[in-house]
Design a protein. Structure first.
Lengths: 237, 237
DNA sequence: TTGAATGTCATACAATTGTATGATTTAATG
DNA sequence: CATTAAATCATACAATTGTATGACATTCAA
């Protein structure tokens, strides 16, 4: 860890080795997550020595952070977060959003080969890097969904209801990624090709739009029509 | 591992120690999952020696299996899987089902204090014990949901569409358990008290019933209205 | 070409963890 | 009470893994 040339590598070998290390790490982390990835395997795959990680990145965590940041930056650069255009209908916007998320998490050949898996792992087993990830990617993505839901809710839009609906859509999408094993055993393998994915996305959109519409006309659950005695002030008694 | 008195312990200390070990293990596994739980901590909590696990259970995995089986058996005994009664409307049945699942995964003081967490961990990080769990609990639970969805779909019921709808409901529910950290950071903490949970459940039911109804009248996504060439017999070629 | 900076390598170290074991203590039995 | 089987204990072992280091090799500039 004496020098750690993260900037300005002094020799050509350096950038090559560093890049190889980063690439190998990205793949390993994407495949197995942070904990299960061991440095030795990464170095072997990169054709580098064991000490290389210490030398170039200091430790495992910093290597991971750099891989994660690089990957998600590239992902966003290649496939921007879908924003609801002025002329877009909520349905159309939602369709784009759902497809976007499913592509990232489900598709084998996504815009970035590893970013999706890296993000999925980070969501599953959060590390200190989650904050950055939220700030740069997950936050904006979620924000986009919130806006779509708000538009779909129209007059009935209200923070809690909006969040709830967004959670439902969000949940349906990530469920298919986070529960592959279970779905496999239930006989419903998760699609990993574009065509099937689009069908799934459209089904989700129909389902969700109807659900939102229902909650728009009858948001009984979150704010009871006739609130009966506020239960001795449950809020911060 | 010489004797391993899983049946017929020869002395009174034995059953006491064994039980303490099992209880401690159940709590640890429920809190941290299989991998993160270490034998030493379990033994310490049980007031037993390190060798006790080898002695009474053989190894960590068998200890885990016994804890998992015991816990989920007790859970099912105390709170049976909600079946759709003959007179039940789909809405009512779905409400019971959603509440059931949310209680297991979200409630702090559930029917069984640890079974829910144990099952959640097993779903997150499947071990060989997943098969048993599916056979005894998850399978029947899912089956119950399938029946409810089938009833809600009515004439439009059809395996693929049914599975898809069930996935959506299922996904919405477990999302709230599997993504606590993220929801926390988004400012939408997951409810852990009965009253809030019921409200969430009812919202989910409204959302889902509307979604199912929509897909019932327009199942375009999964089975095109005009099925064009049955794709060279997709069923069991 | 030469020397100094720098990348690479084999190796070591410490910590963690599941498992196994032989000695010792304890309790049940005749 | 004595005997014996069983429970408990301290301890050891092997494997894994992140990290650090000092020797060696290589490249580049003067």
């Amino acid at each position: 860890m004496s020098t750690m040339p993260s900037r300005q590598p002094k020799r050509k070998d350096a950038i090559r080795t560093r890049a190889a290390l980063l690439a190998a790490a990205t793949e390993c982390f994407a495949r197995q997550g942070y904990e299960a990835t061991n440095i030795r395997a990464v170095c072997a795959k990169a054709g580098a020595n064991l000490g290389a990680v210490s030398h170039y990145f200091g430790n495992k965590e910093r290597l991971y952070r750099e891989a994660l940041v690089l990957a998600h930056r590239e992902l966003v650069a290649r496939e921007p977060v879908p924003q609801m255009g002025a002329g877009d209908s909520p349905r159309r916007a939602l369709r784009n959003w759902v497809r976007y998320l499913l592509r990232i998490f489900l598709l084998r050949r996504a815009a970035h080969p590893y970013a999706g898996r890296l993000i999925a792992w980070e969501l599953r087993d959060p590390t200190p890097a989650l904050d950055d990830l939220i700030a740069e990617v997950l936050g904006p993505v979620r924000q986009a969904l919130n806006q779509i839901v708000a538009a779909a809710l129209g007059d009935a839009d209200e923070p809690e209801l909006r969040a709830r609906c967004a959670n439902f859509v969000h949940g349906i999408c990530v469920f298919h990624d986070q529960n592959r094993e279970l779905l496999q055993r239930f006989g419903h393998p998760v699609p990993d090709r574009e065509e099937e994915l689009v069908v799934l996305a459209d089904t989700i959109v129909e389902f969700a739009m109807a659900g939102i519409k229902r909650l728009r006309t009858q948001p009984s659950a979150t704010s009871p029509r006739r609130r009966k005695t506020t239960r001795s002030r449950p809020s911060r008694g």
